[in-house]
Design a protein around this ligand. Structure first.
Ligand code: ARG
Length: 474
C-alpha cells in the first residue's frame, strides 16, 4: 500500500524505492507515531470528524498494532515506505476502511516532525540525568580529595598549583552548562507541529492546545509552514550533543595523560581498561579513548545535518528525512557514554605522592611577583625581578627557596625575610579565596553552587512538570 498514486502502468524503480524508504531506521519511531495517531484520532472525534465508535475502533486498532510491534510480531512489507505507512497499512488490515479516516486533516509532514520531537522529548530527561551522574561523580572525587594539590597546566606546561578538586569541578561545570543547554532548548523542542497538515494548517476545527496537552508538548507551533520546515530542534540537539562530546573528549584526554606512567596522577579502575595482547604490563584506557573519539562522530552529525538544512526552500522537502539517523545515533552514542563515564570517574584513584612530586617550586614564581606587588612594587617591575631570580636559581641548580635573602635582594630590594613563607604551594592555593579560585573555601562554595543547581527545577524537561500551553510566551 502506498499513500499516494502512481500514473497508470508506471512503477517505481526498485533501487529508487530502496533509496526512498526510511523504514529501516524510522521504525524506531513507532511508539511515538502511534501515540501521536491516537491523540489525533481523539482530536478528530472532538472536532466531530469521527464518531465516538469510529474513534474507539481506530484507537483500539492502533493499540493492537503497537502490541504487535512491541512483541516483534509485526510483519513489515516491501511496500512499507516508512513507519507511518506501515502502521496505517496494518491498521487498515485490522479494522478495515475506517482506518482511512485517521489521516483526515493530517499529513506525514506534520506527523513525522511530531514523532521525532516526541522521541527527543523522551530522551531529554535521560540525557540530563546522564550529565548529572557525571557531575556527581566529579563532585564525589572533589569532596573525597579536597586537600590534594596537583599542578595546573596551561599549554600543557606546569603553571601553578591547584587543588585536584578544582580540576574535577572544572569539568563538572562544563557538563552543568550542557545540562542548562538542554533545559533552555526544551521549550523549542516541545512545540507541537501537529495540526499544520502538509504546510497550510488543517482545515478542520482541531483543538491544537488540547492535542499539545495530551501529548506533553508545552506549546503549539505558531506558523504551519514554519512548523513543517523547522528542524531547529534537531540542529540544537546535535549541537548540544557535539558540545557534550567535546567536553567528554577533554576530560578523557586529561585522564589518559594523567593515567600514563609519565604523569601517574591517577589510577584507572581495571573495570575500564583493557590489557594488551602483546605487552603484559600494559593497561590501556580504552573507555576514555572511545569517549575522546565519539566527539568526532557527534560533531560530524551536527555539521552534516546543518549542511542538509542549508539552502533548503521552505516547506517539507525529502531532504528532511535525513534528520533521523544523526538524531538516533547521537542519542545512542550519548546513552552509551553516560552508562560508562560516571563509573570511570567514580572509581579512579588519585595518587597523591605523584601529584605532590610534580609540584616543583618554579610553579611558585608568580607568588614571588605577587609578594613584591603586595609590598607596593608595580607588577611589571616585580615580574622582571622574579624572572632574573628564577634564572639565577636555574643556573645554580637550586630551588627558589634555597636562594639566600641577599641574593633575592640583589634582584629586588623589597624582598624581606618573610618571603620564604610564600614559597609554599598550599599557601599559594589558599590565597585564592576569590569566587572561582582554588582556596578550600572557594572550592567548597563551587560544590554548594553545583548542588543548588541540581536541586533547582529538578528537571524542567520531565513530562510531569510541563507547563501546558496557555498562549503565554515561553
Ligand atoms: N519518511 C518521511 C520523512 O522521514 C516522512 C514524511 C514524508 N512526507 C512526504 N511529503 N513525502 O521525512
Amino acid at each position: 500500500m502506498r499513500l499516494w498514486g502512481t500514473p497508470e502502468g508506471s512503477a517505481l524503480d526498485p533501487a529508487f524505492e530502496r533509496l526512498n524508504a526510511s523504514l529501516l531506521f524510522d521504525r524506531r519511531l513507532y511508539p511515538y507515531d502511534i501515540q501521536g495517531s491516537i491523540a489525533w484520532a481523539r482530536a478528530l472525534a472532538r472536532a466531530g470528524l469521527l464518531t465516538p465508535e469510529e474513534c474507539q475502533q481506530i484507537v483500539a486498532g492502533l493499540e493492537a498494532v503497537k502490541a504487535e510491534l512491541d512483541a516483534g510480531a509485526f510483519a513489515f512489507q516491501p511496500t512499507d515506505e516508512d513507519i507511518h505507512t506501515a502502521i496505517e497499512r496494518r491498521l487498515r488490515e485490522r479494522i478495515g476502511a475506517v482506518a482511512g479516516k485517521l489521516h483526515t486533516g493530517r499529513s506525514r509532514n506534520d506527523q513525522v516532525a511530531t514523532d521525532l520531537r516526541l522521541f527527543l522529548m523522551e530522551a531529554w530527561p535521560r540525557l540530563e540525568e546522564g550529565l548529572r551522574n557525571l557531575e556527581a561523580a566529579l563532585v564525589a572525587q572533589a569532596e573525597a580529595h579536597i586537600d590534594l594539590l596537583m599542578p595546573g597546566y596551561t599549554h600543557l606546561q606546569r603553571a601553578q598549583p591547584i587543588r585536584y578538586a578544582h580540576w574535577c569541578l572544572a569539568h563538572a561545570w562544563a557538563f552543568e552548562r550542557d545540562r542548562a543547554r538542554l533545559r533552555d532548548a526544551h521549550p523549542r523542542l516541545a512545540t507541537l507541529p501537529l495540526g499544520s497538515s502538509a504546510l497550510s494548517g488543517t482545515p478542520f476545527p482541531i483543538d491544537r492546545e488540547a492535542l499539545a496537552q495530551e501529548l506533553g508538548f508545552s506549546s503549539v507551533s505558531p506558523n504551519s509552514l514554519d512548523a513543517v520546515s523547522d528542524r531547529d530542534f534537531v540542529a540544537e540537539f546535535l549541537f548540544i550533543a557535539a558540545m557534550i562530546g567535546a567536553h567528554l573528549s577533554r576530560l578523557a584526554e586529561d585522564l589518559i595523560l594523567f593515567a600514563s606512567a609519565e604523569f601517574g596522577f591517577v589510577e584507572l579502575d581495571p573495570a575500564y581498561t583493557t590489557g594488551s595482547s602483546l605487552m603484559p604490563q600494559k593497561r590501556n584506557p580504552d573507555a576514555l579513548e572511545l569517549a575522546r573519539a565519539k566527539a568526532g562522530r557527534l560533531i560530524g552529525h551536527l555539521v552534516g545535518f546543518l549542511t542538509v538544512l542549508k539552502g533548503l526552500p521552505s516547506g517539507y522537502n525529502k531532504d528532511l528525512q535525513e534528520d533521523k539517523e544523526p538524531v538516533f545515533d547521537a542519542v545512542d552514542t550519548l546513552d552509551a557514554l553516560f552508562a560508562v563515564l560516571p563509573g570511570v570517574v567514580r572509581t579512579m584513584r588519585p595518587r597523591p605522592e605523584r601529584m605532590r612530586g610534580a609540584l616543583e617550586e618554579a610553579m611558585l614564581a608568580t607568588e614571588l611577583a605577587d609578594y613584591l606587588v603586595r609590598k607596593g612594587v608595580p607588577f611589571r617591575e616585580a615580574h622582571r625581578a622574579v624572572s632574573g631570580l628564577v634564572q639565577t636559581a636555574l643556573r645554580g641548580g637550586k630551588p627558589l627557596s634555597a636562594l639566600p635573602l641577599e641574593v633575592m635582594r640583589q634582584h629586588h630590594p623589597a624582598f624581606e625575610a618573610d618571603v620564604y613563607a610564600v614559597l609554599d604551594p598550599e599557601a599559594a592555593v589558599e590565597r585564592r579565596t576569590v569566587r572561582g579560585g582554588t582556596a578550600r573555601s572557594a572550592v567548597e562554595e563551587q560544590i554548594r553552587a553545583l548542588r543548588a543547581r541540581w536541586a533547582e527545577a529538578r528537571s524542567v524537561t520531565s513530562p510531569a512538570s510541563h507547563q501546558r500551553s496557555t498562549g503565554a510566551p515561553e
